[in-house]
Design a protein around this ligand. Structure first.
Ligand SMILES: [Zn+2]
Length: 432
C-alpha cells in the first residue's frame, strides 16, 4: 500500500507503533514490548535525550527519560503510556490489526485507541517543543510501560518497586482514557479522568464428584458453577455515586437538560458513550471465562470461571462479601489479582491547565470529570504518591463509538484528532 509522505509526525509514530505487534495475552504470555520500546527510545535519542531501559522480565521492556524544565523547583510531571496491546482476532477485523492502515481519514489497528495514539501524541508533543528550542515549563518524566493490559504485573508494578528513582520529585501524572470528546444530547463535552474504579479479578471454583457422563449424578461441578456464574452475571448493581460521579452526572445533565436524579438516563444521553458511562456509576461483575471438563462423557470434579469485578474506590471488601452471598457458600471465591481504586479532586492547577488547554483549541466546550471503570498504570504510580489523570486529548466525531473500541474490533482514530491532541498536549507542557 502506498503511504502519503506528508503524514504528520504524530500519525507516523502511532502507525509505526501499531505495526510492532506487542500483543499481551495476560499472565506473562506476551509478544514482548522490546521492539516497541526500542522504537520509542530511538525517537527520544533523535531528540537528544538519553532514555533508560528496565527489563525486569526478558522482553518486557520499560523505558523512561527526564526532560529538564524551565523551572526545576516545581514538582515534575509524568507523561506515561503503555506499549502493549490486547490480542486481536484478525478474522473479526475489516483491516489487518497490525497493518497500521490509513483509511477514511483514520488510522486503523490494534492500539489506535488503547493506547499507541497517546504514546505517539506524547512523543510528538515533546518533539515539537524540543525541536523549536523550547523547554517544558517543569521537569517532564516520559515513561513507557510494558504489561499494562495484565495489570502492570511485569511492567509498572516492577518499575515502581525497582526504579522509583525514575519518578523522583514527581507529584502528578497524565496518561490514557480521558480528554476525549463525547456527544451530550446535541452538544459536546470532554471527559477528564480523575479516578479509577478498583479492580478485583476473581476465580469462582465449583467442586463436585467426577463420574461417567451417562449416570444419574446430581453432584455436578459444571452445573453448580453455571448457576453461580448466571447469578453473578445477571446481578444488577445499584447506582452508587462518588464525589466524582456526582459531578459527572450534574455536568452532563446541565449540558443536555436531562434530569440529574436519574443518573442512568443522563448517561444514556451520551450516544455511543452511554454504556461506558453507566459502568462508572456502579460496581460491575462480568463473567469472562469458563473452564471445565476434558471429555464429552466424563463429568469433571471441578469447574472454574473467571470474573472481572470493578468496584467503586474503597468498596472492594464489601462487594466481595456480597459476591460470596450471591454465588453461595459451596462456591470458592479466589482473588487472582486486585488493585486499588483512585479518586482525585477535579480541582487544582494541573486540572485548570488541562481544561485551559482544551478551551484554547476547542473554545466553549465544557470539560467534565469522570471516574473510569477500567484501570491504568496510574494505580502503580499512586504508590509513589503521584496523582494520575486520564488526559489523552482527542476531538472526535459524535458518531464514532470511541469508548467501545477499547479492546474492541476495528480500533481506529481520526488523523485530525491525533494532530489536535498533539497541539493540546504541547500547549500543556509548554505552560504548566
Ligand atoms: Zn490502555
Amino acid at each position: 500500500m502506498s503511504e502519503p509522505d506528508e503524514l504528520p509526525e504524530v500519525v507516523r509514530l502511532a502507525r509505526d507503533l501499531i505495526r510492532i505487534d506487542t500483543t499481551n495475552w495476560g499472565e506473562g504470555r506476551s509478544a514482548g514490548e522490546r521492539e516497541a520500546a526500542e522504537y520509542v527510545g530511538s525517537h527520544l535519542e533523535s531528540l537528544g535525550l538519553a532514555p533508560e531501559y528496565y527489563e525486569p522480565v526478558p522482553r518486557r521492556t520499560n523505558l523512561s527519560v527526564r526532560i529538564p524544565g524551565r523551572d526545576r523547583d516545581k514538582p515534575a510531571l509524568v507523561l506515561h503510556g503503555h506499549l502493549d496491546v490486547v490480542p486481536a482476532v484478525a478474522e473479526d477485523w475489516s483491516v489487518d490489526p497490525f497493518g497500521g492502515e490509513i483509511r477514511d481519514g483514520m488510522l486503523w489497528g490494534r492500539g489506535a485507541v488503547d493506547m499507541k495514539d497517546m504514546d505517539a501524541m506524547i512523543l510528538a508533543s515533546v518533539g515539537s517543543l524540543l525541536r523549536a528550542g523550547e523547554q517544558p515549563a517543569r521537569d517532564l518524566i516520559l515513561t513507557f510501560f510494558a504489561d499494562e493490559e495484565n495489570g502492570g504485573v511485569e511492567g509498572s508494578q516492577l518499575v515502581v518497586r525497582d526504579r522509583p528513582d525514575w519518578f523522583a520529585g514527581a507529584t502528578e501524572a497524565i496518561s490514557e482514557v480521558g480528554g476525549y470528546s463525547i456527544p451530550v444530547g446535541d452538544r459536546r463535552a470532554y471527559l477528564l479522568q480523575v479516578g479509577e474504579k478498583a479492580l478485583v479479578w476473581l476465580r469462582l471454583r465449583a467442586r463436585g464428584v467426577a463420574g461417567h457422563g451417562s449416570r444419574f449424578h446430581p453432584d455436578n461441578a459444571v452445573t453448580r458453577l453455571a448457576e453461580a456464574v448466571a447469578a453473578l452475571g445477571r446481578t444488577s448493581w445499584p447506582v452508587a455515586l462518588t464525589d466524582t460521579t456526582r459531578q459527572t452526572v450534574a455536568g452532563l445533565a446541565a449540558l443536555c437538560g436531562a434530569d440529574a436524579s436519574d443518573p442512568d438516563a443522563v448517561a444514556d444521553r451520551t450516544g455511543p458513550a452511554a454504556g461506558f458511562l453507566r459502568s462508572t456509576l456502579r460496581t460491575t461483575t462480568n463473567p469472562t471465562g469458563l473452564t471445565a471438563g476434558y471429555k464429552h462423557n466424563v463429568i469433571p470434579d471441578a469447574a472454574v470461571a473467571t470474573i472481572d469485578v470493578r468496584t467503586l474506590p474503597g468498596r472492594e471488601d464489601e462487594v466481595l462479601a456480597e459476591i460470596q452471598r450471591i454465588v453461595g457458600d459451596d462456591i470458592v471465591v479466589e482473588v487472582s489479582h486486585r488493585d486499588i481504586g483512585l479518586e482525585t479532586p477535579f480541582a487544582g492547577p494541573l486540572v485548570e491547565a488541562m481544561v485551559g488547554a482544551l478551551e484554547t483549541h476547542d473554545p466553549g466546550v465544557p470539560v467534565i470529570p469522570y471516574l473510569m471503570g477500567g484501570g491504568t498504570d496510574n494505580k502503580a504510580l499512586a504508590e509513589l504518591g503521584i496523582a494520575g489523570y486520564g488526559f489523552a486529548p482527542l476531538r472526535l466525531p459524535r458518531d464514532l463509538d470511541f469508548t467501545g473500541m477499547f479492546h474492541g474490533v476495528d480500533e481506529r482514530v481520526p488523523l485530525d484528532a491525533l494532530t489536535f491532541g498533539q497541539r493540546v498536549l504541547t500547549d500543556l507542557i509548554r505552560t504548566y
